[in-house]
Write a protein that binds this ligand. Structure first.
Ligand code: HEM
Length: 439
């Protein structure tokens, strides 16, 4: 890791001893970033949790680092903080090894497999949403996290909805996720990291025990698909690889979807014109099954989904580590430097999007296509070799949810539009209280 002296030529704000910029950035990460870009330009350094990091801002930096044509930038080094909980996951791999494993994982995202997930998810969603309160205020963020975890038990693992095992697994997943973002990285007893590591061990053991049966009889869930998955050369995964890859997959799928659905609900509650437009789109689908054809017709919902991801992306920063020296915008950056890319603030740039803070899904209409001004203007799913493998699955889940809710309910915000916590996991401050009433 380069010392402060090796980065002396990179501009940046003065860093208070020990804590550096940790608290300032944690308090208001977007405001701080915008201010630092204004003062120092699109390349500046900050110090967080004891690590000096060079921030490379804007769409050109996203393109250069994520496309990585000279194989300089390591995702494994960038996401190092995830290693204790998710060793061996796709995002903690680079280059040829990553590509080979990604090909195998791709098998679990085949069209046939996705069709099965969709059918199971549609059914599960109706059952779970039937239990949600009507005409009474409830905290949407808590409810949606619970719902996505329970759907995950069924769709990702093929478990019964209310089984004891599904409950234990969900608790362990929650503990892992909390551990992956905790600032105290040592697993001292009863700290989040300690709970997270215990959760990891429990999940590894549980998944491992499920493998022989799933290998023998298959199943229409992600886990079974991953047990059977093979690349074009017929190569599949060992038990350890299945366990590690699956563990990362459920983490990658969970909070991202819960955050996106929260942003969409807040937007529809605050913009009743869009709520009614989407309700009409859903009504136009009739009462039939929400199959591929029906979801394909939800073009207005798709615009809202894209706009939600632009305004509050679940992954607003993408970390990498430089494996070799490189030069960017006139700055020499040494090997070993931790880098931060900023898709979140980039997607709020007035140079790329008109009136960027406003909720305006029509900016994605074919006539306006604001996201096309730069190949990396709209990047909630990243890009290049590590681009989100679950993006179509996420879109499907969002559409199923929106259609299921709007077929029956009207959404009303309690207490107005929420503010958003941006770090470590984007979520609505105050939990997004709202009321659902009969439509
Ligand atoms: C709205 C929801 C989602 C968002 C915004 C999102 C965002 C992202 C981003 C930005 C990356 C790239 C990170 C990087 O380059 O360092 C990524 C990777 C990944 N995502 Fe998603 N994701 C979402 C949903 C999902 C879902 C539903 C799944 C699984 C079903 C999933 C599985 C993954 C996996 C496995 C990776 C690692 C890919 C690799 O390293 O090759 N994600 N996601």
């Amino acid at each position: 890791m380069p010392t402060r002296a090796a980065l002396a030529h990179i501009p940046g704000p003065p860093a208070p001893p020990v804590i550096g910029h940790t608290l300032t950035i944690a308090r208001d990460s977007y405001g701080t970033q915008k201010e630092y870009i204004r003062r120092y330009g699109p390349v500046y350094k900050t110090r967080m949790l004891g690590v000096w990091r060079v921030n490379l801002c804007g769409p050109d930096a996203l393109e250069m680092v994520l496309m990585d044509k000279d194989r300089i930038f390591s995702s494994e080094g960038g996401w190092d903080a995830l290693r204790p909980i998710y060793p061996g996951g796709l995002i903690l791999q680079d280059f040829d090894g990553h590509r080979q494993n990604r090909r195998i994982m791709q098998a679990a995202f085949r069209a046939n497999a996705i069709r099965d997930y969709r059918a199971r998810m549609a059914e599960t969603m109706v059952a779970l949403l039937a239990d949600w309160p009507v005409d009474r205020t409830f905290c949407f963020y808590t409810a949606i996290k619970e719902l996505t975890l329970r759907i995950g038990g069924a769709v990702f693992m093929g478990l019964p909805l209310d089984g004891d095992l599904a409950r234990k697994i969900n608790r362990a997943i929650g503990n892992e996720i909390r551990a992956s973002v905790t600032p105290i990285r040592t697993p001292l007893p009863f700290t989040p990291m300690w709970h997270g590591m215990r959760g990891r061990d429990f999940l590894r053991e549980t998944f491992r025990k499920m493998i022989p049966e799933r290998r023998a009889s298959g199943g229409e869930d992600f886990f079974s698909q991953m047990c059977l998955a093979k690349d074009e050369d017929g190569v599949g995964w060992s038990e350890q690889q299945i366990v590690d890859q699956f563990n990362l997959l459920i983490m990658a799928a969970h909070d991202t979807t819960a955050t996106t659905l929260s942003v969409i609900m807040a937007a529809l509650g605050g913009h009743t014109d869009w709520q009614e437009k989407l309700a009409a789109e859903v009504a136009g689908l009739g009462d039939g099954p929400l199959d591929e054809e029906a979801l394909g017709k939800m073009t207005e919902t798709d615009k809202v989904f894209r706009e939600a991801l632009r305004l509050v992306p679940p992954v607003p920063f993408i970390p990498r580590m430089a494996l070799r020296d490189f030069r960017w915008q006139g700055f020499d950056i040494p090997a070993g430097t931790s880098l931060a890319l900023n898709p979140g603030v980039t997607m709020l740039s007035p140079e790329l999007f008109s009136n960027p803070e406003a909720f305006d899904p029509d900016r994605f209409s074919p006539e306006r296509a604001e996201d096309r001004v730069h190949r990396f203007a709209w990047t909630p799913f990243g890009g290049g070799a590590h681009k989100c493998i679950g993006m179509h699955f996420a879109a499907m889940q969002v559409k199923l949810f929106v259609a299921t809710i709007l077929r029956q309910r009207r959404i009303e915000l309690v207490g107005g539009a929420p503010e958003w916590q941006r770090m470590p996991i984007p979520k609505p401050k105050g939990g997004l209280p709202l009321i659902l009433s009969a439509r």
